[in-house]
Design a protein around this ligand. Structure first.
Ligand SMILES: *[C@@H]1O[C@H](CO)[C@@H](O)[C@H](O)[C@H]1NC(C)=O
Ligand SMILES: *[C@@H]1O[C@H](CO)[C@@H](O)[C@H](O)[C@H]1NC(C)=O
Ligand SMILES: *[C@@H]1O[C@H](CO)[C@@H](O)[C@H](O)[C@H]1NC(C)=O
Ligand SMILES: *[C@@H]1O[C@H](CO)[C@@H](O)[C@H](O)[C@H]1NC(C)=O
Length: 420
């Protein structure tokens, strides 16, 4: 965030702590340990007890594992999770204790009964960071009113939300959290392409330039997108030493946001795509994403998700919204031969959690590796009048004529939609 401060950008920082609940998971009998007897180095900042690990290589083990529960969803019915299911996602410290097969007791209450059930969990992502993304699920009782999650004698009441049963479009594109966001050209390109092909963007925000935020809110009013607020995890009242979670989780817990999106739309969408703002899909054979995905799976019996590679592209970006022309943008698009590790589009009943690229709990053998089209990955837009910055050459990517096919009638319709 130093960049923001230096440049005095007008930023609004949308920090929404809507569902962060902390659970201390003790692997010892006496759960609240006395930190005064421990030998950790502490940052002494505003009475916090952050374990000092400036290089990110410190491998201290704490007697407890902290877990930040991001969200909990309740499913009165579910195609894949069963009746009265709940599913929750969290960032959990898996270095202090091995959390591979951890279970949680869930106490579910309705107005007349209480049921205790055991939630099984699975992690996603790389194991290098102190915290990893975890999803847990179990079944509880009907007309749920309250839940508590308990682990080794420590329990917390957790707010929950009803999962969605309707979606604005059959295809939901989950966009990983935007931070210090200012490349509005990518958004305008993506949102109109998605709209043309029957996709709805569900966008997570952490921080964004104010004028860009106003633009997004207008698209939300027009029904093109749903905005959601991704969080920076904080303790209100730490009583034991802990690792700073935002700093010690892979990509600000991007996998947690994508898993949250999956859990929200699990019963509502036909397909869910886990993309970044700069991953744009133009269907090759059919007018809509839905028809295209159905056709691919139909041609590949036994498969239940699609894997698209990301081909690097550059384009010339407009400097103002009134100068933005989709036709000109497409004319300036240049493709490279570089195709990077891809992103997935899933049938939500066949996926329970995900990582940035795909879930490690669903076999690769059930995916279709789509070789064409690839995602148009527009990580490198160039300024209209700006000189080419040679630091870009560090990417060592050569760009040539556009390889992906973008149909004339789609370009025209997208242009008209933007103009409208
Ligand atoms: C932490 O800071 C407070 C206030 O500045 C000070 O009183 C306290 O002695 C410091 N503690 C340590 C362990 O340095
Ligand atoms: C998702 O979870 C449900 C309930 O535990 C289980 O029956 C199903 O097999 C899981 N699906 C996948 C793809 O792991
Ligand atoms: C509470 O849950 C129990 C067990 O599932 C169920 O039999 C009962 O009908 C529920 N109570 C209400 C008021 O729905
Ligand atoms: C080129 O990019 C580098 C790194 O982002 C930056 O430090 C430099 O000022 C840029 N040069 C120009 C001419 O914009």
């Amino acid at each position: 965030m130093r960049w923001l401060v230096n440049h005095k950008q007008r930023l609004i920082i949308t920090v929404v702590f809507y569902f962060v609940v902390l659970l201390l998971i003790s692997m010892r009998k006496n759960s609240m340990y006395k930190y005064s007897t421990e030998t950790y180095t502490m940052y002494n900042i505003s009475s916090s007890l952050v374990v000092s690990d400036p290089t990110g290589t410190f491998r201290a083990k704490l007697p407890v594992s902290h877990a930040f529960i991001n969200s909990v969803y309740y499913y009165p019915t579910s195609k894949s999770l069963g009746e009265n299911a709940i599913a929750f996602t969290m960032a959990i410290d898996h270095h202090s204790n091995n959390m591979g097969h951890h279970t949680f007791n869930v106490l579910g209450y309705n107005s007349t009964n209480m049921i205790k059930s055991v939630a099984t969990a699975q992690t996603e992502g790389i194991s290098r960071c102190q915290y990893t993304t975890m999803m847990a699920r179990t079944n509880t009782l009907s007309r749920l009113e309250k839940i508590e999650i308990e682990s080794n004698g420590v329990s917390v009441e957790v707010p929950f939300k009803l999962a969605r049963y309707t979606a604005p479009k059959p295809v939901i594109i989950c966009i990983s959290p935007q931070f210090a966001a200012e490349q509005w050209q990518l958004f305008v390109m993506h949102v109109h392409a998605a709209n043309r092909f029957g996709g709805h963007l569900h966008i997570y925000l952490t921080s964004i330039i104010e004028s860009y935020f106003e633009l997004m809110k207008e698209y939300e009013r027009q029904g093109y997108i749903t905005l959601d607020y991704w969080l920076r995890m904080k303790f209100a009242n730490p009583r034991t030493p802990y690792f700073e979670p935002n700093q010690n989780v892979e990509w600000r817990n991007q996998a947690g946001a994508q898993t949250d999106c999956l859990l929200q739309y699990k019963e509502a969408a036909e397909y869910i795509a886990f993309f970044d703002m700069d991953d744009i899909l133009f269907p090759r054979d059919f007018p809509t994403y839905l028809e295209e995905f159905n056709a691919v799976l139909h041609a590949n019996p036994g498969k239940n998700y699609l894997f698209y590679g990301r081909r690097e592209h550059e384009f010339v970006k407009a400097s103002t919204l009134s100068e933005f022309s989709f036709t000109e943008l497409v004319q300036s698009l240049r493709s490279s031969q570089t195709v990077k590790r891809g992103k997935v589009v899933v049938r939500p009943e066949a996926y329970n959690s995900t990582w940035i690229h795909n879930s490690k709990h669903v076999s690769f053998a059930t995916s279709v590796q789509v070789s064409s089209p690839t995602l148009v990955h527009v990580q490198l837009p160039v300024d209209k009048n700006g000189k080419r910055n040679h630091s870009r050459d560090l990417w060592k990517i050569e760009f040539g004529p556009l390889i992906e096919k973008i149909r004339e009638d789609d370009i025209k319709a997208i242009e008209e939609d933007i103009y409208r």
